[in-house]
Ligand binder design. Structure first.
Ligand SMILES: Nc1ncnc2c1ncn2[C@@H]1O[C@H](COP(=O)(O)OP(=O)(O)OP(=O)(O)O)[C@@H](O)[C@H]1O
Ligand SMILES: [Mg+2]
Length: 310
């Protein structure tokens, strides 16, 4: 069992991701418990469906909540919609200004444009919330339980998307300034420009963090099935493409050896895929986790799994 490299104290940002239902939340929770033996850890989820509450059997709020029975582990479920609402409250009028001053659209039209939620903006705001946390609080490690693959890939591609959106706004802004220059000598930077600058900084921060191999790791969780292998290939290819460091794969739900005939047969098929994963991802560190007789929920069973993982 070899997640030991995650104990490297420079590593700050550890994501757990993979296909739906393979055990992302369980592995993230178990690893967070283990890491919290040494460090102050914040575990959070970007999955819109509540997951950590189920995993720990305790209500986890949208602000860091102390996990009962631990000293150093805090967990939160980020409500991306709420974060976006807060963001709009703070910057909405600036965005509207930019749209209104830089385009020839009527007010009602720009308002409409603004209300057309920019796809994924809510999730980018949850990434922003995380980088804000990283700057302003004293956690040593941040563990992320992500949503199933498609959703997570979209989330990780967002800095790129948002960058384009900022460029679009900055373009409008430039037009506006050029127009103003014709009438007035003095140039002033107002709140709308500050907003664009702020967003640029956020995107840069998020991207720099995601691509830093010293600080970041994406642990891929999968199962020993055909779909598990192909989705892992897809995910790892995308992570490579986005320069997001990923060195670990967890193969979960492996049938125990020499139980019933049924388990033996399933295990045999699984071994074929385990072998395939090891061949295909020979540079990754592979950790195998056996299927337990019952669900892994609550501190005790998560702690047992955590000890196994490291
Ligand atoms: N090795 C295991 N043995 C037995 N049960 C497991 C094991 N790993 C996970 N489980 C159970 O499987 C279920 C699904 O796990 P989990 O919620 O961690 O998956 P997930 O990948 O986060 O799912 P989702 O994609 O819905 O977020 C849970 O009930 C969990 O307790
Ligand atoms: Mg989950």
């Amino acid at each position: 069992m070899a997640l030991n490299e995650l104990l490297n104290k420079h590593l700050q940002f550890i994501m757990f991701g993979g296909k739906g239902g393979v055990g992302k939340t369980t592995m993230a929770s178990a690893a967070a418990l283990e890491l919290a033996k040494e460090n102050k850890v914040l575990l959070f989820t970007t999955d819109p469906a509540p997951s950590l509450s189920d995993s720990f059997g305790q209500a986890i709020g949208s602000e860091p909540t102390a996990v009962a029975g631990t000293k150093n582990l805090f967990a939160m479920e980020i409500d991306a919609r709420k974060v976006l609402e807060e963001f709009k409250k703070e910057y909405g009028s600036e965005i509207l200004d930019i749209l209104q001053q830089g385009t020839y659209l009527a007010n009602e039209e720009t308002e409409e444009l603004f209300r057309l939620d920019i796809p994924g903006l809510d999730e980018v705001m949850s990434l922003k919330k995380i980088t804000d946390f990283m700057e302003n609080s004293d956690y040593q490690q941040y563990i992320v339980d992500t949503a199933p693959t498609g959703h997570t890939l979209r989330l990780l591609m967002l800095p790129e998307l948002l960058d384009n959106w900022i460029k679009f706004l900055a373009g409008l802004r430039w037009k506006y300034h050029a127009m103003v220059r014709q009438f007035a000598k003095e140039q002033r930077t107002d709140k709308a420009d500050e907003f664009i600058l702020e967003m640029k900084k956020t995107v840069k921060k998020v991207r720099t963090l995601l691509q830093n191999p010293e600080k970041t790791e994406f642990v891929v969780v999968t199962i020993a099935e055909k779909m598990g292998v192909s989705e892992t290939e897809d995910l790892i290819r995308n992570l490579e493409h986005m320069h997001i460091p990923s060195r670990h794969i967890i193969i979960n739900n492996i049938f125990p050896q020499e139980e019933t005939d049924f388990a033996r047969m399933r295990r045999k098929t699984q071994e074929r895929y385990i072998h395939e994963i090891k061949e295909k991802f020979s540079t990754h560190i592979i950790t195998e986790v056996v299927l337990q007789p019952s669900e892994i929920q609550g501190i005790d069973s998560l702690q047992k799994l955590g000890a196994q993982l490291f």
